[in-house]
Write a protein that binds this ligand. Structure first.
Ligand code: AMP
Length: 261
């Protein structure tokens, strides 16, 4: 089966609109090629958690300078929030954007992504949600040249805005194992994860307004990135919506497209 698909994979990218259904396709690649998932969304959420636990009472927008379109200095932020902890400061900065359904600025995202990718020795990763902008793609190509790794292909999960909104407003996630549920199609058991038994949660950015904002970010920033990177790295386009959504069909739809590259 799938004999013509790539055999050894150094790294791969899975991209698409927020909520297009990337996770099941990532699972296929992780399984098929023995890769790990490196998700900038998950990284940002872990920083958000730290920031939320810190329980800053003030409004985060007071850390943002609208005229300069940047944050006030870290020194000023420390004074306002009462801690110098870098993780908390970064978490609050990320929260400002994630909670608005906006992309986190490139310089923050690039630096954070690189530090995590470096820890993995730039190998054996499925990049999930990175790069998402032209500048991020250029940054990735720069480190690719310096560190001599490959990105073998991009899997672009395609889906319509309507299907995505329907999926994401009813999406629930287990905070422990990350398993994704849908209130209608795959509901949790009495509001609890079937594997861990803990209460499932709704992502703070899974409201219709924030999803629409993320979809707009995709059109404006990720589409141009894909056009650029797609001229350098082969792209397999796979459907995010399948009439019969079974693990076998998901795998078939990914691997058969990889065979064509
Ligand atoms: P995701 O889980 O991939 O949908 O990401 C959740 C949120 O994290 C996004 O809506 C952005 O606010 C932020 N984020 C994740 N990856 C990136 C990225 N590559 N560039 C900018 N922001 C990102």
């Amino acid at each position: 089966m799938f004999e013509n698909a790539p055999k050894d994979v150094d790294n791969a990218i899975v991209t698409g609109k927020s909520g297009a259904g990337k996770q099941p396709r990532i699972d296929v690649l992780v399984d098929e090629y023995d890769l790990e998932q490196l998700s900038t969304g998950d990284i940002f959420r872990s920083y958000l958690k730290k920031a939320n636990e810190f329980d800053h009472q003030g409004d985060i927008s007071e850390l943002w300078d609208d005229k300069k379109e940047s944050f006030v200095s870290d020194k000023e932020i420390s004074k306002k929030i009462g801690t110098e902890k870098e993780d908390i400061i970064l978490g609050l900065k990320a929260k400002y954007f994630v909670d608005r359904g906006k992309f986190v600025p490139d310089h923050i995202t690039n630096e954070l992504f690189e530090s995590y990718f470096r820890k993995k020795d730039y190998r054996n990763q499925v990049l999930d949600g990175y790069p998402r902008t032209l500048d991020q793609a250029k940054y990735l190509l720069e480190i690719m040249e310096k560190k001599d790794f490959e990105i073998d292909f991009i899997v672009w999960v395609r889906n319509t805005d309507e299907k995505i909104i329907e999926r994401t407003v009813k999406r629930r996630i287990c905070p422990d194992c990350g398993k994704v549920y849908h209130l209608k199609y795959d509901p949790p058991e009495d509001g609890k994860c079937k594997e861990c038994g803990v209460d499932v949660i709704q992502r703070s950015d899974d409201t219709e307004e924030k999803i629409r904002s993320r979809l707009q970010e995709f059109q404006e920033k990720t589409k141009p990135m894909l056009e650029f990177l797609g001229s350098k790295i082969p792209v397999a386009e796979v459907p995010g919506h399948l009439e019969e959504f079974t693990p076998e069909n998901v795998k078939k739809s990914v691997m058969s497209e990889l065979e064509k590259l």
